[in-house]
Ligand binder design. Structure first.
Ligand code: SF4
Ligand code: SF4
Length: 270
């Protein structure tokens, strides 16, 4: 068997936390011998949603990124465990054996994604099991995937995972993750064009962005706002605004993060 994987489409995630609640519903207070000890009611999130506020007032977006065990092909948690306490099943799911892993705190810190939790009461590390106990009973998908209302989570086979063009959120780790992401947001550059003399929004003004090997244009909306989404990170760009009867505006921008250039004032040519 080539195994399973999960595709996460970040563009479809609304941040509703149903996945996290479904996981809690399945695992809190329930021990599945051979698979997992019960998940405590507090302090552990075997799937969680990373909320990130991007940009600055008044050009802000929020992105939601579900994070869980990536069931890595090259898993540091397996290497850190003694006594084969962490192992990979034939279907690719990485399992922590709750009995063999007892007392092995070093397993927690081995994961760069920080998705392994220590259960003080049971003296054992814990994490997402891919709902392996359900899959082995014939269930088609883990509970988090089942309960996602937007289709942001998909349970797929290895071939679909490979052909999906999805990518790891941390390719630099080199772990061969089986949880991959679609539509990971790039950076944005946004701002507002204003007529300097009257302080009114300048609508339907063309703004041009050059850099990263491309030139693209946007037209300001009714509030004078413009947005360039999907621009490259850590890249030098030049914004240019040309409007008949007004001085040309140029701004140099480097995308250290999401950029709000603020208000750009058009000055009349004397
Ligand atoms: S994400 Fe962390 S816990 Fe999951 S398999 Fe990879 S190293 Fe292990
Ligand atoms: S259930 Fe789906 S939409 Fe809701 S937070 Fe989880 S992944 Fe996002």
């Amino acid at each position: 068997m080539k195994g399973y994987g999960i595709l996460i489409d970040v563009a479809k995630c609304s941040g509703c936390y149903n996945c996290m609640l479904a996981c809690k519903d399945e695992h809190c207070g329930e021990t599945f011998p051979g698979y997992s000890e019960a998940q405590p009611m507090t302090g552990q999130f075997w799937i969680n949603v990373n909320e990130k506020e991007r940009g600055s007032y008044s050009k802000i977006k929020v992105s939601f990124t579900p994070i869980t065990c990536m069931h890595c092909r090259n898993a540091p948690c397996i290497k850190a465990a003694e006594n084969n306490a962490v192992y990979r099943r034939d279907d690719g799911i990485v399992i922590i054996d709750p009995e063999k892993a007892a007392g092995q705190k070093q397993i927690v810190s081995a994961c760069p994604y920080r998705v392994i939790f220590w259960n003080e009461e049971k003296n054992t590390p814990q994490k997402c099991t891919g709902c392996a106990h359900l899959l082995d009973q014939g269930y088609q998908r883990p509970r988090c995937v089942e309960m996602c209302p937007t289709g942001a989570l998909s349970f797929v086979d290895a071939d679909e995972l490979k052909s999906s063009n999805a990518s790891s959120i941390h390719p630099e780790y080199g772990l061969g993750e089986r949880v991959l992401y679609l539509n990971i947001p790039k950076k944005f550059i946004a701002g507002t064009v204003v007529y300097g003399e009257t302080d009114q929004c300048a609508k339907e003004v063309t703004v041009t962005l050059k850099g990263g090997g491309t030139t693209v244009s946007a037209v300001t909306d009714g509030f004078g706002d413009f947005w360039f989404n999907d621009v490259e990170s850590m890249t030098d760009y030049e914004l240019e605004i040309e409007q008949d009867g007004f001085k040309k505006i140029k701004r140099q921008v480097r995308t250290y993060g999401d950029i709000n250039v603020g208000e750009l004032f058009l000055e009349k040519i004397a």
